[in-house]
Write a protein that binds this ligand. Structure first.
Ligand code: ATP
Ligand code: MG
Length: 148
């Protein structure tokens, strides 16, 4: 059965361009509940670790520089079929290929500065959520109880 959580970051470009509120509104309107959230700035080594899967790619150094250049907003989102539905909501990596109505279509600047990150699997959603949040920092649906 699909996990019901995914992990997102609003990337430095969208934070700098003043799109935090508009992106969070789209996330809520699409039926996701925010169960953990923090604004933080990644160090170079945190950005390298987070995107470590891409370390052999030609864009890796630029990506790390970009991701550590200004704050991000990190969040854990909850919804049925969260990973797949959130990838649909954010749209294609390259905003030129992103569909109308997607977050990247509306807010991405380029293939690198593409506004948001979204986990690509249930396993990565759990790993990435754990990269940013202790279990005591995420909350159940009523927003009060702390999860185990
Ligand atoms: P993310 O993991 O951030 O949600 P994604 O899964 O759509 O994005 P990945 O292939 O995992 O895409 O790439 C990670 C990030 O690296 C992209 O979101 C983008 O910021 C950057 N990136 C990917 N491809 C390129 C490229 N060809 N040139 C520059 N930057 C790129
Ligand atoms: Mg990815």
């Amino acid at each position: 059965m699909a996990n019901n959580k995914t992990f997102t970051m609003i990337k430095p470009c969208a934070v700098k361009n003043g799109h935090i509120g508009a992106i969070l509104a789209k996330i809520n309107e699409a039926g996701f509940r925010i169960v953990a959230m923090r604004m933080t700035r990644l160090s170079v080594s945190q950005a390298e670790a987070f995107y470590g899967v891409h370390k052999e790619r030609p864009f890796f150094n630029d990506l790390v520089e970009f991701m550590s250049s200004a704050p991000v907003v990190a969040a854990i989102l909850e919804k049925d079929n969260a990973v797949e539905d959130y990838r649909k909501l954010i749209g294609a990596t390259n905003p030129e290929n992103a569909e109308e109505g997607t977050i990247r279509k509306a807010f991405a600047v380029s293939i690198q500065e593409n506004a948001v990150h979204g986990s690509d699997s249930d396993d990565n959603a759990a790993l990435e959520g754990g990269f940013f949040f202790a279990s005591s920092e995420s909350y159940t649906a009523d927003g009060i109880e702390v999860l185990d």
